[in-house]
Write a protein that binds this ligand. Structure first.
Ligand SMILES: N[C@@H](CCC(=O)N[C@@H](CS)C(=O)NCC(=O)O)C(=O)O
Length: 209
């Protein structure tokens, strides 16, 4: 059987969602490094794999998938792990996945990119993004004050998606001391068998100048 391949690079929180899932499921997989910062994800070869020009993409035999949420869903079915147990849970997972992609990851990833990689310093744009992030983190923190994980007591792909960028708080200027329920939840995720920090799990860290 061919190994699962995941296109990724160490700085990608979206790729980390899929990479972490593969590790937590004990999958046999290879990281396929994409030189994102030098434009590899926009080359004709890469666009043939993913017309959206985004990382990650997952290749499992004949199957080729993109969008971390879709990849997480696929892997949860394949390995029968971190999946919904009921139809209501299925909908709850979808709710958090959509919110994460649009709001939480959407704003956090953009802010981190500007500060950490484009090195813009503080601008009107970073201030706008910071103002968008704060209520998102508050919403998540409030939810986690009453729930060990996104959907009750067990981790699901909703948690694996939402934590994608959150192991780099210093890179987008947030302290988890301000969001203690998120801090405890991240500790619970870290304690899962197979957890590895994104910079260790995927190739390409540190970035070369
Ligand atoms: N919603 C997508 C987002 C993927 C994404 O934006 N990946 C970044 C790298 S972390 C990317 O490839 N960006 C290129 C672009 O936006 O054109 C997912 O969850 O997979």
């Amino acid at each position: 059987m061919t190994k699962i391949q995941l296109t990724c690079f160490a700085q990608s929180g979206n790729a980390y969602k899929a990479a972490l899932m593969l590790n937590l499921c004990g999958a046999d997989w290879d990281a396929k490094f994409v030189d994102f910062f030098n434009g590899e994800s926009k080359t004709p070869e890469y666009l043939e794999l993913n017309e959206m020009g985004e990382v990650p993409a997952l290749i499992d035999g004949e199957k080729s998938l993109s969008q971390s949420g879709v990849i997480l869903k696929y892997l949860s079915k394949k390995f029968n792990k971190f999946d919904a147990k009921t139809e209501d849970e299925e909908l709850e997972i979808l709710r958090w996945l959509l919110w994460d992609n649009h709001k939480l990851t959407g704003y956090v990833a953009a802010l981190r990119y500007l500060l950490q990689f484009a090195k813009t310093g503080e601008t009107d744009v970073t201030q706008f993004l910071r103002a968008r992030i704060k209520p998102c983190l508050k919403i998540l923190n409030n939810h986690l004050e009453n729930n060990a994980f996104a959907i009750g007591d067990e981790p699901t792909i909703a948690d694996i998606s939402m934590c994608g960028y959150l192991f780099w708080p210093d890179e987008f200027g947030v302290s988890w001391a301000d969001y203690p329920a998120i801090a405890s939840w991240l500790d619970r995720i870290k304690a899962l068998d197979g957890w590895v920090h994104p910079y260790e799990l995927m190739p390409g860290h540190p970035l070369k100048d």
